[in-house]
Ligand binder design. Sequence first.
Ligand code: DHB
Length: 496
Amino acid sequence: MTHRMNRRALIKGMAAAAVAVPAAGIAGGANASAATAASAATTADALAFDPDAYTEITTTISTDDGDREVTYHFWSAITYVTDPVDETYQSLTVSVPVSVDGTAVDATDAPILVSNSIGGYLPSSVSTNTSVSSSRAKLAIAAGYVAVEPGARGRTLVDSSGDYYGTAPAAIVDLKAAIRYLRFNAGTVPGDTDKIVTAGTSAGGALSALLGASGGSSLYDDLLDELGAADADDIVYATGAWCPITDLENADGAYEWNWGTNETGSGSEVDQTTSADLIALFETYQSSLGLTADDYGTVTADNLADYLLATYLEPAATSYLTDLSDDDRTTYLTANTFITWDGSAATFTWSDYLDHVGTRTKSIPAFDAFDLSAGENNLFGVDTTEARHFTDYSLANDTSGTGGSSLDSDIPAKLEMMNPMYFIGESNDDRAKYWWIRTGTSDSDTALTIVGNLALSLENLGDTVDAAMYWDGAHGADEDPAAFITWIADVTGYTG
Ligand code: DHB
């Protein structure tokens, strides 16, 4: 890995010097060559991980197996690019366990969990963190892994000229830069940089899935070069994604297919004509994916409800009910007569399940709002424009008065850079091959099909996918955090 990086850096330097020679003459060429070498050295120095720059911290971390006293080395905010736009966000922390309950831990070859805390596609900063922060990262170090917590730019950031500098694809470019930083420092940064596992929830889950799916893609190279990202690749080994808010350009139709008849918070149904239009778009999209599942053949909008019921919803209810005491199960089943319980398995209909969930979280369209009021409209803002349309349908039905007659020309490329389904559709060979995917059955922040299609498309490529839903789980639920930590050991083969 290091060998390849150095060779690439050298070739880049040589190319720059060769261009300089004819323009500036022999002497100028030599100077340019020296300057290039100096700047390469500066870049390498600036992005060199300092193994000694830590503070030692001891803390108690509660795990499923009880409290653990963990002593770890903590590297506070390290800027992971040489030309940051905003270091507040473009930095990461590193936490490396050195002992757990008094027993020494050697994390030299441990998996590295890169756990982001991004929500809402908003800016996320670790710049003032003084210790390991997220519960997922804490569990990772208690298990003897390295935990990296990256910040990233987000959609609401505006500079003094009024330019939005954290809209798409800034967050994924930043996270990729963070991965490149780690791999660039292979051997000095603790942990095995060939066993990087990403994690995140909601928008953070979407970005984690995108890191996993798009690893090694050259689509982001120019943007990464502009930031002075480290000269290393951004392939990750495994990916955890909880309720990923992703596949945004297809999510409005998916949402209506799933939640179209559920009432909004104000107690009314959304406009059913619009809902039907969007469902029609979704039906075409779902067929175009060409996904197949045992017992279903091609999974289309026609058999998708049955597929989701049998694959996720009924198993989730079964698992939930199995874990209850006899009394609590009886109480639950009495309150939820739509569930048939045969003593070991739950069955019910899709329509009863929808009634059970009740209110839908979002209005219509859920993501590309006609009036540009959705967070995702802001995600696709650019320059001094706060919010834009990113689907033809919502553009055609714009009520903001700023829509225009066609999507802005930069939108298609940005949609690709933000959507893991694009890279999975391309069978990107460098993608993560191990996937942990979870969502709650009561989470109507997006359609269940988003999660179902993500998992099934990866299964169809032959990846190892552990996908499940949490019965009655709300948006952001993570009900088996310890199992994810164990899964990391399973898929990486790490035994400590
Ligand atoms: C998140 C939630 C949403 O409903 C959404 O549209 C985007 C992001 C979140 O919780 O991160």
